[in-house]
Design a protein around this ligand. Structure first.
Ligand code: ADP
Ligand code: MG
Length: 295
């Protein structure tokens, strides 16, 4: 009877839009008491749009958008897609980029029209010894205060502007998180994005401000999961990106958004087929019910 009940649980999961790697996954699902949620692409749509371009004094906003678009064409990151979409709308055609490189969790760099260009977090521009100056610092602060994500751009040894993108919270996220709470689980928000943007999203979906971990580099996401486990938590991680894969694999239960990358899906125990976060509490309820039938 035991394997049959597990098979039924797995079959019911498929109906709910949950792909379960194996029947044994239900046991770890049942024990989970903490849920760590990636922000971009998991709690938010990950479809960012460009809100504002602030050039450094003496620089031209159209040129800032043009160079950023040419470089970001090589990146799949939501920030890059927002910039490129705005650039295409402004009629900017693609051009070749040499020595393109993504710097994990920080931004991109490459050679565009013979200029060495960098786009990303202010920290990345600092690595290039590019000083933002008071106007761009002010633009960054203003954007951060609204919960948006500003990135800086520089080329030829100077910072040239700030491009601000903003994401939207999925309409189902707040409900999903309140259902996780009803099941007795503690939600955390984990992101490589800035603390202000993370806190704004947390407030919108009902995650406590002291359960927000921001500015986390991709390689360090797994450490946040381990720390919670060391404190005795049984952790489910929900993510969508390549940068979540190690954390998904280390968590007691990994849940991938079906809308996410293959790497994230492979690292996970469960896949939420439609990318609807409300299926996470469904999965936990299903596991508890299936296993209590067996016992
Ligand atoms: P998350 O953990 O929320 O999914 P990431 O770790 O992927 O975020 O990215 C963290 C931050 O790094 C972004 O918010 C952005 O500031 C910067 N970044 C990453 N990739 C790019 C890119 N292609 N262009 C500009 N900025 C980027
Ligand atoms: Mg993500």
């Amino acid at each position: 009877a035991t394997p049959t009940a597990l098979m039924v649980g797995t079959g019911r999961g498929a109906q709910l839009g949950i792909l379960i790697k194996g029947p044994e996954v239900l046991e770890s699902t049942r024990r989970v008491d903490t849920v760590v949620l990636d922000k971009t692409g998991t709690v938010t749509t990950g479809r960012m749009s460009l809100r504002e371009v602030v050039p450094t004094p003496g620089e031209d906003a159209d040129e800032v958008l043009r160079i950023a678009t040419l470089l970001e064409d090589g990146s799949d990151h939501p920030v890059a897609r927002a910039i490129v979409a705005a650039g295409r709308d402004a009629g900017i055609a693609a051009a070749p980029v040499e020595d393109f490189a993504s710097v994990d969790g920080l931004g991109v760099q490459g050679v565009v029209e013979g200029r060495a260009v960098v786009v990303g977090r202010p920290r990345l521009l600092a690595d290039w010894s590019l000083d933002l100056g008071p106007e761009l610092e002010e633009a960054l602060r203003g954007a951060l205060a609204t919960g948006a994500t500003p990135v800086a751009i520089g080329w030829d040894g100077r910072a040239r502007g700030v491009l601000t993108v903003a994401d939207t919270v999925k309409p189902t996220s707040a409900q999903a998180i309140s259902r996780l709470r009803e099941l007795g689980l503690t939600p955390w928000l984990l992101t490589g994005d800035n603390a202000e943007a993370a806190r704004a999203v947390a407030a919108e979906v009902g995650i406590d401000a002291d359960h927000v971990v921001a500015d986390v580099l991709p390689a360090d996401k797994v450490d946040v999961v381990r720390r919670l486990q060391d404190e005795g938590a049984v952790v489910a991680m929900v993510g969508d990106g390549v940068n979540d894969a190690a954390a998904l694999a280390t968590a007691d239960l990994g849940l991938a958004m079906g809308t996410g990358t293959d790497v994230a899906i492979e690292a996970s125990d469960l896949t939420l087929v439609r990318g609807d976060l409300r299926v996470a509490p469904d999965a936990i309820r299903l596991a508890r019910r299936t296993l209590s039938t067996i016992k």
